[in-house]
Design a binder for this molecule. Structure first.
Ligand code: URA
Length: 222
């Protein structure tokens, strides 16, 4: 049955190709609805996102992981997407990587986790923890942009390559941008490594700690 379905789909695609349709990559501008069309209230936005079925991730998720923390936080962390524990609990960064992130917040920044805001590029778990596809990331991006617009953090720390890439639309490798202080119109961005990467590569922790100290200094200044 599945094979027949696939064969029919391929036939339909071949037909569209014959008619002159061409495959194109998804560009951010194609899919970014105006964040202005989304609610300005964080809880209303959460309710909307919890009903989202705009991409395939909705089919396999258990819970939408909207984000959590202080709605007036001065510092926001942006990760890639929920893992298994997050998908079960509906909370961001609560698995092993989350435990490390919490220690980074508490031990280096001397803040409580509840004092920052934590969100992700995609709000639903990519199956098998794969990297979100560009379509998934760009479909979900307006939700993150609206969260940023509502919370108005002074500083955003992106965690890992995917978060940096999709928040900024810049494909510079994370190894080259991490630790840079990037001023954008509404916030200061400091990209760093993803805690999962740090768990696999503990020697990179030193650099991540340095990045956090920069954020700490910025928070003290602002
Ligand atoms: N990794 C992420 O990027 N986000 C989470 O919420 C958990 C793990």
């Amino acid at each position: 049955m599945r094979r027949l379905h696939n064969a029919l789909q391929l036939k339909q695609l071949a037909l569209l190709k014959q008619m002159g349709y061409r495959y194109t990559d998804v560009k951010p501008s194609d899919l970014d609805p105006e964040p202005a069309q989304l609610p300005d209230d964080l809880e209303e936005l959460r309710r909307l996102v919890e009903q989202c079925h705009l991409c395939d991730l909705a089919k396999s998720r258990h819970k939408v992981v909207f984000g959590e923390g202080d709605p007036h936080a001065r510092l926001m962390f942006v990760g890639e997407g929920p893992g298994a524990t997050e998908d079960q609990t509906g909370r961001p960064f609560v698995g092993r990587a989350g435990e490390l992130l919490t220690r980074m917040i508490e031990n280096v920044l001397h803040l409580r986790r509840e004092e920052v805001y934590i969100a992700n590029i995609v709000k639903c778990r990519p199956p098998g923890n794969r990297v979100p596809t560009p379509t998934e990331a760009f479909t979900c991006r307006p939700y993150l942009l609206k969260q940023i617009e509502i919370i108005r953090p002074r500083i955003i720390m992106t965690l890992g390559a995917t978060a940096y890439r999709y928040l900024t639309n810049d494909e510079t490798p994370i190894s080259r941008v991490r630790g840079h202080i990037i001023q954008s119109d509404h916030y200061t961005l400091v990209p760093t490594f993803h805690p999962s990467y740090l768990l696999r590569n503990p020697s990179a922790k030193k650099q991540a700690w340095e990045d956090l100290l920069k954020v700490k200094a910025l928070l003290e200044k602002k």
